[in-house]
Ligand binder design. Structure first.
Ligand SMILES: [Zn+2]
Ligand SMILES: [Zn+2]
Length: 145
C-alpha cells in the first residue's frame, strides 16, 4: 500500500504516512495499489484499474478499514428528520439519537413541546454537520464528502 498523498510505501496497518504525515488513504495524487500518479478527480487508477473512490472514502481505525459516513447525508437527515434523531443513529451517536427520538415521539404528550425541541436540536446539528463543526462520527472517523 502506498501513500495517496506523496506515494511513499506504507506499512500494512499504517494509519499515517511517516513521510508526509497525511492519514493513510487520504490524498489524491498516487494510486494506493500500484503507486502510479493519479489525476485528482480520477475514480479508478488508469494503470492497475483499482477503485480510488473506495480508498478515498475509507479510513483506517486500529488497522481496520471502515467506510466514512457521508457528511451531506448526515446533515440533510439532521435538517429534515432530526426530530427523530435519524442523523445521530446514522453517525452512531445512539444515545443522543434515542433522546431525540423520544422527544420527537412520546415527547408530544408533554404539551407538544418535545418534537419542537428535538426538531430544532436536529436542525442545529444538521447545520453543524454541513458546516464542519461536527466532523466525525461516533467512532472518531472523519466524515466523507
Ligand atoms: Zn505521504
Ligand atoms: Zn494503480
Amino acid at each position: 500500500m502506498f501513500c495517496r498523498n506523496c506515494g511513499a510505501e506504507l506499512l500494512q496497518n499504517a494509519n499515517i504516512c511517516t513521510q508526509c504525515g497525511v492519514p493513510a488513504g487520504q490524498g489524491r495524487h498516487f494510486c494506493p495499489n500500484c503507486d502510479a500518479p493519479t489525476d485528482e478527480l480520477a475514480v479508478v487508477c488508469i494503470k492497475c484499474g483499482c477503485s480510488l473512490k473506495h480508498y478515498y472514502n475509507s479510513y483506517t481505525v486500529n488497522g481496520v478499514q471502515v467506510q466514512r459516513k457521508s457528511k451531506l447525508a448526515a446533515g440533510l437527515l439532521g435538517i429534515f428528520v432530526g426530530a427523530f434523531g435519524i442523523h445521530n443513529f446514522y453517525l452512531g451517536y445512539t444515545d443522543r439519537g434515542i433522546v431525540q427520538l423520544l422527544l420527537g415521539t412520546v415527547g408530544s404528550l408533554a404539551c407538544g413541546i418535545g418534537p419542537v425541541v428535538s426538531a430544532v436540536w436536529g436542525l442545529v446539528e444538521g447545520i453543524q454537520i454541513l458546516t464542519g463543526s461536527i466532523n466525525t462520527d461516533a467512532n472518531g472517523v472523519p466524515l466523507g464528502d
